[in-house]
Design a protein around this ligand. Structure first.
Ligand SMILES: Nc1ncnc2c1ncn2[C@@H]1O[C@H](COP(=O)(O)OP(=O)(O)OP(=O)(O)O)[C@@H](O)[C@H]1O
Ligand SMILES: [Mg+2]
Length: 183
């Protein structure tokens, strides 16, 4: 089954394509509320209301707009199959917030997967974008800022690619301490 971390990657790629310079990825996993919520907020070019509607409904897509992809509508379909929903709040010139919810115990829920890998790979692919990844569970909250990698490089006097492994390991270890399933 496809991992949700890959869908998160798709949604963040949209932010990068929309020329965002700052992206916040907020994942909340709550067993007590039976809720998984993923929020991705950017300061990119934003979308108008009519456009948002067309993006979310693949059936209104006409032939000329077929090049408009499936990232958002596919993620929404997964959310709905899991008793959740995907919503988009956006303002042209200001940015976009994509919120996706899932029932955590839903049998259709794909594994969350390697969010650490997605976040670090996104950063090395777009080093001018500032990423912040916040992950919250019933056991605590952890955040990773892409500046972590710049600090690591300065401290170790090493290249960006040498910071990739340590960054992924750091995130995974922190996720373990808050008992996240995103492994
Ligand atoms: N964060 C965003 N900011 C601005 N525009 C966005 C954002 N996310 C999506 N869009 C717009 O919505 C369109 C549809 O996004 P979606 O991810 O569904 O498909 P796509 O990116 O075009 O193609 P695919 O994801 O399949 O490669 C995008 O082409 C883009 O115009
Ligand atoms: Mg896309």
């Amino acid at each position: 089954m496809r991992e949700l971390a890959l869908n998160i990657l798709d949604i963040v790629m949209n932010s990068i394509e929309a020329k965002a310079t700052r992206v916040i990825i907020f994942v909340e996993e709550s067993n007590s509320q039976n809720l998984l919520r993923v929020r991705i907020k950017d300061n990119g070019r934003g979308m108008g209301e009519t456009f948002i509607k067309s993006v979310l409904d693949p059936f209104v897509t006409t032939r000329t707009t077929r090049s408009v992809g499936m990232g958002l509508s596919m993620f929404r379909q997964i959310a709905r199959q899991c008793g959740g929903e995907l919503t988009i709040e956006s303002e042209i010139g200001k940015g976009t917030l994509v919120t996706t919810t899932f029932q955590l115990n839903n049998l259709n829920l794909p594994p969350i997967g390697q969010v650490a890998d997605s976040v670090v790979n996104l950063y090395i692919g777009s080093i001018d974008v500032h990423f912040c990844y916040v992950h919250k569970t019933d056991h605590g909250v952890f955040s990773f800022d892409s500046y972590w990698m710049l600090v690591y490089m300065a401290q170790q006097d090493c290249q960006l690619y040498e910071a990739v492994g340590p960054a992924k390991a750091y995130i995974k270890q922190k996720l373990k301490t808050i008992k996240s399933k995103a492994m």
